[in-house]
Design a protein around this ligand. Structure first.
Ligand SMILES: C[S@@+](CC[C@H](N)C(=O)[O-])C[C@H]1O[C@@H](n2cnc3c(N)ncnc32)[C@H](O)[C@@H]1O
Length: 300
């Protein structure tokens, strides 16, 4: 697409649209067309076609013969000047000349009417609002088409800020209310987006299912971890018991050793008693020896 040539042509058309604004408008439309395959492209307020030329050329470059841009304007030459509406020279001839000269006759659909006279019965992907600039007109243009805006649709307003305080007030109110979200501004062109709709029920259900699956997996992981910790604890307890039993056994055999030494050194009775103390603790070897020694001594 010959953007340089397009902007040079645009600058020959009467109007107030700046080059920077034209670049942003072209970019916003291109992005919108890439994101939304459905929905109409609409302009409210064409005047001599300065902005229409940019929008129509981008649409045509991206969608070829299928491209359509609804350009809504009564072409009575009515513009806002110092906050009030002024009727100047009608613009239809100059508009048609711009469209023909830009090779956009099949792309731009002229809708010669006021915005609110147009039946808003088509979904909208992109709308550029540049009609009258008093509060009631700007808000009226937007509200008329608002129900048809697709989720994620682009809404651009010209004359945001500067002398046209009402345009800024409208846009700021729409942003504050959540109806639109600010995307970008260049000179007095403000580009906004219709926030995407709430997640559809099916999508919502899918999210709920994912959350449920995650919660289940998390609970199972926690249980497995608890079981592993418990098994480790039991293993440690068993090891400690085994260690204590080994120490006990060592102590018992030391006592046994002492007892046998006592008996060998004829302190047989003391030795036998010591051994007997050991027997209730389950030292079978000691118990056997006790019984045998006591039997030998005839003192059982
Ligand atoms: C500021 S000029 C548009 C400039 C144009 N976008 C450009 O880039 O050169 C405003 C235009 O809005 C048109 N207009 C006024 N009231 C309108 C309405 N209710 N619906 C649509 N267009 C309207 C006027 O006829 C006028 O041509």
């Amino acid at each position: 697409m010959d953007l340089e040539g397009l902007f040079q042509r645009m600058e020959r058309v009467e109007g107030w649209f700046s080059l920077d604004e034209a670049e942003l408008l072209a970019e916003a439309l291109a992005r919108s067309m890439a994101e939304l395959a459905e929905g109409e492209l609409v302009e409210v307020g064409s005047y001599c076609g300065r902005s229409t030329l940019v929008l129509g050329s981008v649409a045509q470059a991206l969608r070829g013969e299928a491209a359509r841009l609804k350009a809504i304007d009564p072409h009575l030459g009515e513009v806002t000047f110092e906050g009030a509406s002024h009727r100047a020279t009608p613009t239809l001839d100059r508009f048609n000349e711009t469209i023909r000269g830009g090779g956009l006759a099949d792309t731009v659909e002229l809708v010669r009417a006021r915005s609110t006279e147009v039946a808003a019965d088509f979904p909208i992907a992109f709308i550029f609002i540049d009609g009258l600039h008093d509060y009631a007109s700007v808000m009226g243009d937007f509200r008329h088409f608002e129900p048809q805006l697709l989720p994620g649709a682009t809404v651009a307003f010209h004359d945001y800020g500067g002398a046209h305080v009402d345009v800024k007030r409208c846009v700021d109110e729409l942003v504050a209310s959540g109806a639109l979200a600010f995307a970008e501004r260049r000179d007095s062109l403000a580009v906004l987006r219709r926030p995407p709709a709430q997640p559809r029920k099916t999508v919502g259900r899918a999210f709920a299912l994912v959350a449920q699956l995650r919660a289940g997996a998390l609970a199972r992981a926690r249980q497995a971890e608890e079981r592993a910790v418990q098994a480790l604890r039991e293993e440690r307890e068993r090891a400690a018991l085994a260690e204590r039993a080994a120490e006990e056994s060592l102590r018992s055999s030391t006592h046994l050793e002492t007892a046998l030494q006592e008996m060998a050194s004829s302190s047989a009775v003391r030795g036998a008693r010591l051994l007997r103390q050991l027997s209730p603790r389950g030292n079978q070897l000691a118990a056997g020896v006790v019984n045998r020694v006591l039997a030998l001594l005839g003192r059982k």
